[in-house]
Structures are given as C-alpha cells and as structure tokens.
Design a protein around this ligand. Structure first.
Ligand code: PEP
Ligand code: MN
Length: 365
C-alpha cells in the first residue's frame, strides 16, 4: 500500500485510557436533541467522541434524510460545550468539503459508500492532506477487497488517522440481526493490516437494543479497540433507527457490563501457563498430522489392492459403517457427532481422491 504508517488511536488521542467509545444519535434532528444527548453522554468519561448523521443514506427515499449542513454547526457547538470529539458520515466530496470547513474531527464513510470505489476515490481526493480522522465502515457485502481498497484509497490520500468500523453485512435470509455479523471478514482484514485499528458498530449489526451488549462483548473478545454505538436521549421519538438506539443511561450500563480482554497479560505466571498449554497443542497437532499421514499410506495400500482385483473405489456400505462407528466413538470422547461427521467427510473425500488416482476409477470424480 502506498502510504505512511496508519496511526494507533492512542497516538492521536493520548487521553484514551479505555476502548474508544464513539456514541451519539443515528441522526441529528434538532439543535436541542443534539445537545441534550451530547451532554448526557459526556458525563460518562468513557465516551470520547460524539456521532451524529446529518446526511442520512436511506435505503429508500421518503424517510428522514437528515438536517443537512446546519447539523455541522450543532456539532461544533457540541465540541465547544462538552469537549467531545465530533464525527459525521460523509457520502460525497461535497459532504467532505463541508465537514472539513466546519472542522469536524471524525469523518466516516458509510457501508453503502464503501461499496463504491468511485465515491471513495472522490472522498479521498476531497480529504487529501487533511489531518482529520477518517473511519471506513465495511461495505454492505462481505467483500474484503472492497473494504481494503477503500482503506488504501484513503491512506493514499495521506490520511494517517484511519479506523475501520465493522458493522456487519446485508443478510440473505432473515436472521435475528439487521446485518449478519460476519466477524471473519474483520479478522481477515486485521490479518492483512495488523496495525489498523478496528472498532465495531453493534447498533447497525443488531438493529435492536437487546443484542448490543452481546455483540459488543464479542467485538472485545476478538480484540477490537472500540465501539460506535447509537444513543439518543429519547429513542422512542427518534426519526431514524429508533429500534436500535439506546439512552445514554443504558449505554453506561452496557459499558459497565463489558469485559475488555487484552491480547496478552502482564501476569508472568499466566503467560507461563498459556505458553505451556500452547506447546502441548503444537505437539498434539503434529501428532494429528503424523497419524493422518500414516492413514494415507494405508489408504494407498487399499487402493492398490482394489486395483489388482478391479474393485470399485467407493463401497457405500463400508463408508456408512465407518461414519456411524466413528460418530459413536466420538460421542464417548465428548466430540460432537456434527464435528466427527464433518471431519470424517473431509478425510474420506481425500481418501477417495487418492484411490481414484491410483485406480483411475471414475467414481466420485
Ligand atoms: C449510520 O451509522 O447511521 C449508518 C447509516 O450506518 P451504515 O453505513 O453502517 O449503514
Ligand atoms: Mn443509524
């Protein structure tokens, strides 16, 4: 990636002593709603930044589409009154220029925009050379390269304060979540860009208040560094996303219950035990592979034997017998039959492939 190093959150926010909490209403609705909510949130010292959408990307027209740039002045006021950093979503170059002009600290690219490289490039050109924080939500579809590409475009514009926001993906079937979490995509992104801070947006994953705690905990368990959570002083009256917005008081309760796990511990004894257990896992995995290699040799011999007698590679009764017997054995060892089933299907598929190569049998090809 043609870029300078991506900065850690702590590098641009030295006062941060906890996970980064970025909270505020889905949409700014009135100056009063903006400020009341901000003041309530600012009482909680764990909240470092205030979010509020002023241009709302609604999936269908006709619903509340935001107050527009007047909301940026309300955000300036929030900054003055509470000392919180303020952020808003930008979806066009014009939005970016306006947000920069109003000295908004955090500009985020929404999930619908990340999915469009043209929009992202326009935004990248508009923010080029600025010192602002740019956060990039995952695209609505689980396309790691689109997400990565958006991050690269912003980084190439010279932005160093970049944060990825994981907000889940459009589901194909109805689930309990508004957007299915698909954590693996965020884990894959982290593997590609280990220095990139990633926070989660449990509000948009959940789509409802009661799942926010468990999703936030999951995000922390995966080592994410913060949360964007929608909070409104009166969620029932919210003009957008009212089902998922929590009051500042409920947000504090959620934060109280969360346990932030660190990647390592300073407790040497703990590290010692962990190290020993990991060594045992390494040994066991090696033994597992050695046994699989031995099994492969036996499979090869059986294949040759079958070839001599022109016997087919696959005997379905034998395979069924193996699977049932292994599942029973597995249960005795407290291995779920689902796991044993998946494992042996995989092993069996490999055996059939090997024997087919030996006998040139067309079964299973
Ligand atoms: C939002 O943060 O209010 C929003 C519209 O989110 P997303 O881009 O994740 O849908
Ligand atoms: Mn929202």
């Amino acid at each position: 990636m043609k870029t300078t190093k991506i900065k850690q959150i702590k590098e641009w926010l030295p006062a941060l002593n906890n996970p980064f909490i970025f909270a505020g209403p889905c949409s700014l609705e009135t100056e009063e709603q903006t400020l009341i909510t901000a003041k309530l949130l600012a009482k909680d010292k764990r909240v470092f930044a205030y979010r509020g959408g002023v241009w709302k990307p609604r999936t269908r027209p006709g619903s509340f589409e935001g107050v527009g740039k007047i909301g940026l002045r309300w955000l300036q006021n929030v900054k003055k009154e509470t000392g919180l950093l303020v952020g808003t979503e930008i979806a066009t170059a014009e939005h970016a220029y306006e947000a920069l002009k109003h000295d908004i600290d955090i500009l985020w690219i929404g999930a619908r925009s990340t999915a469009s490289p043209f929009i992202v490039q326009e935004i990248a050109d508009a923010v080029s050379g600025s010192d602002k924080v740019v956060m990039i939500k995952n695209p609505v579809n689980p396309d790691l390269n689109l997400w990565l590409g958006a991050i690269e475009r912003i980084a190439s514009a010279g932005i160093e304060k970049i944060v990825a926001i994981h907000r889940g993906f459009t589901p194909f079937t109805q689930t309990k979540f508004r957007n299915y979490p698909g954590w693996k995509t965020a884990i894959d992104l982290k593997a590609l860009l280990p220095d990139l801070p990633i926070i989660a947006d449990p509000s948009h994953i959940a789509g409802r208040k009661d799942l926010i705690l468990e999703l936030s905990q999951k995000a922390f368990d995966l080592g994410m560094q913060g949360l964007m959570i929608e909070s409104h002083f009166n969620p029932e009256a919210a003009l957008s996303d009212k089902e998922q917005q929590v009051t500042p008081q409920r947000l504090a309760e959620i934060l109280n219950q969360l346990i932030k796990k660190s990647e390592s511990s300073n407790d040497l004894q703990f590290e010692d035990v962990l190290e020993q257990l990991r060594e045992r896992i390494d040994v066991l995995d090696t033994e597992l592979l050695e046994i699989l290699a031995l099994r492969r040799e036996v499979v090869r011999k059986i294949g040759k034997h079958k070839k001599q007698q022109a016997v087919a590679v696959l005997q379905i009764h034998r395979w069924k017998e193996i699977l049932d017997q292994r599942k029973l054995l597995g249960i005795k060892m407290e291995l779920s039959s689902e796991f044993v089933n998946t494992l042996f299907n995989c092993i069996h598929e490999e055996s059939i492939k090997l024997q087919s190569e030996i006998t040139d049998d067309v079964v299973n090809q």
